[in-house]
Design a protein. Structure first.
Ligand code: C2E
Ligand code: CA
Ligand code: CA
Length: 277
């Protein structure tokens, strides 16, 4: 019995050791990648549900490493957090996004609205607002939305209120990401200067089979409307989901049903060029 237990422990240890080594290696490579600006960004279209037209895009960071291949954001965002690099990553993504908006402004005229993810650690940077204002330069600020998750807003609500207020006063739009998973209430969220609510994809995806999820989604949309907030449904993968959301009065949607996140050139060819013609 004891022997059996020992071998089990051994196997477990080995696996754990491999995991630790892999993580250390990923971390080393990631630090290099961010220093050498080897990260890229992709764009996922956001669609107005009533018209089916493009309203903007969410920017999602990507890391392709020569040795490790494509590393998912959930992994490298975690590494960035551990290494205190989220601030640097955030600035990089903002800088790249602004550069892309400028290019598209010249190519297609008008502006493309872009949503960027903001991590709670970035709120600790006393120069965040100043830095973002500098990076956006002459881009009309209403083209830039910052997404922060409901749970990140709740880490230190006082600090979050202060900084999101500053960002909104500087002209940025504010969206609450993954709404419905963070145990806050819409009434509580009223203290933040929010423009958009992004309904978490877990509700959207359970809607068809689970009447409760559908009820939750309709209720969120109705309450958001009453509070003057616009709603974006995330993770919309089927026509049926889009139909239910449209009927419930959801404003915008994002998900594989419309399109996946993609490189700037492809996004422009598929979504921006046809809109101009
Ligand atoms: P998120 O902000 O909730 O982003 C939405 C995620 O859902 C993205 O995953 C997107 O590719 C995925 N997605 C979009 N449509 C669908 C769909 O129809 N079905 C399913 N199953 N998934 C869909 P991704 O790109 O892997 O990013 C994961 C998370 O990593 C993001 O979640 C965000 O929290 C974080 N992240 C990505 N880029 C950045 C960044 O530049 N900065 C920060 N701070 N976080 C980022
Ligand atoms: Ca997001
Ligand atoms: Ca989300």
């Amino acid at each position: 019995q004891a022997k059996q237990l020992n071998t089990d422990l051994c196997v477990y240890d080995e696996r754990l050791a491999t995991q630790i080594i892999q993580r250390q290696y990923q971390t080393q490579r990631f630090i290099k990648a961010i220093e050498n600006e080897k990260l890229t960004i992709q764009f996922q279209p956001q669609i107005a549900l009533q018209t089916g037209k493009l309203v903007g895009a969410e920017v999602l960071c990507r890391w392709h490493d020569e040795e490790l291949g494509q590393v998912p954001p959930d992994i490298f965002i975690g590494i960035a957090r551990e290494q205190g690099l989220l601030d640097k990553l955030g600035d990089f993504v903002m800088q790249q996004s602004c550069q892309q908006i400028r290019t598209w402004q010249e190519q297609f005229g008008g502006g493309v609205s872009i949503s960027l993810n903001l991590a709670v650690q970035q709120l600790d940077n006393p120069n965040l607002v100043e830095q973002f204002v500098k990076l956006r330069g002459d881009i009309p600020p209403q083209l830039l939305t910052l997404e922060i998750t409901e749970s990140d807003l709740m880490v230190d609500p006082e600090q979050a209120t202060r900084i999101t207020n500053d960002l909104v006063n500087a002209g940025f739009r504010l969206a609450v990401d993954d709404f419905g998973t963070g145990y806050s209430s819409l009434a509580y969220l009223q203290r933040f200067a929010i423009d958009y609510l992004k309904i978490d994809m877990s509700f959207v995806q359970d809607m068809i089979e689970d009447r409760h999820s559908q009820a939750i989604v309709s209720t969120i949309i109705a309450m958001a409307k009453n509070l003057g907030l616009r709603t974006i449904a995330e993770g919309v993968e089927t026509e049926a989901q889009a139909r239910i959301l449209r009927a419930a009065g959801c404003d915008f949607a994002q998900g594989y049903y419309f399109d996946r996140p993609m490189a700037a050139a492809q996004f422009a060819a598929k979504w921006l060029a046809p809109a101009v013609v």
